[in-house]
Design a protein around this ligand. Structure first.
Ligand code: SF4
Length: 619
């Protein structure tokens, strides 16, 4: 029987395996299928970061630029090509986890250093030579990617490729891009598609697209594979599809994909595989679209079972465990670099969010609204399986918001079984995060938590139905930080009705949290209104006028809106908010007035100067 192949397309982060494919593979194994897995995102990164990759980039750049012309990143790359080519195997080996002696580590001081190094000068204070060598190696790889982007392919980034074609999605633009003269990156993607197909010769290929930055490449890969085998059956699914392609009626998509599936992938994928390999009827398909006589049709077997989260097998990481993920370490901020600096084993404690009520969140969608936790014993069993498969013991619980009681139960189970692990996760900064719970989490290996503090003022947190206020959030963050965990906050600006004063008050709260040492990193997102959120249905309450819904049968998620009585222009505030927070993360400007980060007059914050300090003194 020819195998089923499951693929993560380029580009997503390549420090660790994205979990969807290993989860689906484990489920199909359980049902007796031979499954091959490929991470083409990692494969593309390793193609780029190889001596031959560097050589080909240089050749392509030289056709366009002389060493004295072109963008700075290109000039730097061409001026140091031979040193870059010579150093790259050592750099990749270090980031893949090779251990090196002190004299080899010292050679990383001699890597060619461009603008990324200059912008980091003086910020890195960790004296450990290996950590420093990893940091330099990461910047070195970033500068190679910068040269590609500046000189060859403006839409190439290390964690996304041609994202603009997917969000907001426009099928004609995507189709044109797929027909254009291929760039060097495109040719590498095509080569990887071909070599992967030749290696496995699958009957069915399932692609999981987690983010918009992997959509363009998934079409390239599927198209290339279908050109090699016109009987090949291709399936498209994943987080991007679940969110943005829910209204799909564009029939041309089905020239590259025979089936498009929605929400949890296991049962839809199994039913398609059973149809293709065991000739089961199409009427058994679940949450699946396909093309029939030029029209897109929907199948959903009403009698299909719902897979409970606790009934999932542990993901199958065994074929990916040895494939050399690259742990990048760009930021001197230890919380900020946590995302990419280790090969995290990803697991979810629960399906969905136990709160599922925030006004800006996609709470209409299954992956948020259907809360279905596993039990602690099952979760720790999955952890043990992954540790045995990979030899690793660092976990990222990728929950939308990890439920506090279950986190506590998992921590107790980890301690009871004597597992030596580390982990981090996303939480809500709510009342249930107490000092006692935080201490238990740290004893079980908890390193860090992330959570949404959103617009960070009480009126807006209430309007957003966040379920906690700034005092409660501060106490939860303090509990985690004082127990020894790093804390990251997701922040939001530009929410309808938000005023300039509220924005400045939010920034001052963030400054105080950093200054008191209970917040270690943060990131501001501009509010985006999505069709799957409660806010989309609250136009009157929020005083906004919706612009046209952006669907022509393809992608539809974010909706443009106009605020009828706009208090300020959020776009003007983004740079100042980000500049301030970047500096706070590096310990700079914590005592200064937050007004200094803006290039135009802004009001002084009205938040009490000792708001956070006072809360921390509470008994
Ligand atoms: S924003 Fe987070 S906490 Fe709120 S509903 Fe969404 S997942 Fe849950």
């Amino acid at each position: 029987m020819r195998p089923v192949m499951l693929i993560t397309p380029p580009m997503v982060q390549f420090n660790t395996a994205y979990p969807a494919v290993p989860m689906l593979a484990a489920f199909l194994h359980r049902h007796g299928y031979d499954v091959a897995q490929a991470d083409l995102s990692l494969a593309l990164a390793l193609r780029l970061f190889s001596p031959d990759g560097v050589h080909q980039i240089a050749r392509a750049l030289r056709r366009r630029f002389s060493t004295r012309r072109g963008p700075e990143a290109v000039r730097h790359f061409l001026a140091h090509q031979s040193r870059i080519e010579a150093a790259i195997p050592r750099v990749v080996a270090l980031l893949q986890g090779a251990s090196m002696d002190a004299s080899t580590l010292a050679t990383f001081d001699n890597l060619p250093q461009g603008s990324r190094f200059a912008s980091m000068k003086g910020l890195w204070t960790d004296p450990d030579p290996e950590t420093l060598a990893r940091h330099k190696s990461s910047l070195f790889l970033d500068e190679i990617a910068d040269a590609v982007r500046a000189g060859l392919d403006p839409h190439f980034e290390l964690a996304r490729y041609a994202e603009h074609l997917a969000s907001p999605g426009d099928y004609p633009a995507l189709a044109r891009a797929l027909r254009r003269r291929p760039t060097l990156i495109d040719r590498w993607i095509d080569d990887l598609a071909e070599s992967t197909w030749r290696q496995h010769r699958p009957a069915v290929v399932g692609f999981s697209v987690p983010f918009p930055g992997a959509l363009y490449a998934v079409f390239r890969v599927a198209r290339r594979m279908k050109a090699l085998d016109r009987k090949l059956v291709t399936i498209l699914g994943g987080g991007y599809v679940n969110t943005e392609l829910r209204d799909l009626t564009e029939p041309r998509v089905f020239s590259d994909f025979d089936f498009v599936t929605y929400d949890d992938g296991e049962i839809p994928l199994l039913r398609i595989v059973e149809h293709v390999i065991r000739r089961r009827p199409l009427s058994r398909l679940v949450r699946t679209r396909r093309r029939l006589r030029g029209q897109v049709v929907w199948h959903d077997d009403a009698n299909a079972p719902v897979l409970r989260h606790r009934d999932r097998p542990a993901p199958d990481l065994s074929p990916l465990a040895v494939t050399g993920y690259l742990a990048m370490s760009e930021s001197p901020n230890p919380m900020h670099r946590l995302w990419s600096e280790r090969r995290w084993l990803k697991l979810a404690l629960a399906h969905g969010c136990y709160w599922h009520r925030c006004a800006f969140c996609d709470t209409c969608l299954d992956y948020i609204k259907r809360y279905d936790p596993a039990d602690a014993g099952t979760i720790v069993g999955w952890m043990e399986t992954l540790m045995a498969q990979t030899g690793l013991s660092d976990f990222h619980f990728v929950d939308e918001a990890a439920p506090p009681a279950l986190l506590g139960a998992v921590a107790r189970a980890i301690l009871a079984r004597g597992l030596r692990v580390t982990w981090w996760t996303n939480i809500r900064f709510d009342l249930a995060i107490t000092p006692a719970l935080a201490r238990l989490l740290v004893r079980s290996g908890g390193l860090a938590v992330t959570g949404g503090l959103e617009c960070a003022t009480d009126r807006l947190l209430a309007l957003q139905n966040k379920g906690f206020d700034t005092k409660q959030a501060t106490r939860a963050m303090a509990a985690c930080a004082r127990a020894g965990m790093l804390v990251h906050a997701y922040l939001m600006y530009g929410y309808p009705t938000q005023s300039v004063q509220e924005t400045m008050d939010a920034l001052d709260l963030i400054r105080q949290l950093f200054a008191c040492g209970i917040l270690h990193s943060a990131y501001w997102h501009r509010f985006a209104l999505t069709v799957h959120s409660p806010a989309y249905h609250q136009a009157d309450k929020l005083g906004i006028r919706l612009q046209t819904r952006p669907s022509a049968g393809f992608a539809c998620n974010e909706v443009a809106f106009r605020e009828e009585k706009a208090a300020y222009d959020p776009a003007a505030f983004g740079p100042g908010l980000r500049r301030a927070t970047y500096n706070f993360m590096h310990g700079v400007g914590l005592k200064a007035e937050p007004t200094i980060w803006f290039e135009f007059p802004v009001p002084r914050p009205s938040l009490a100067k000792d708001f956070v300090k006072k809360l921390l003194c509470e008994r």
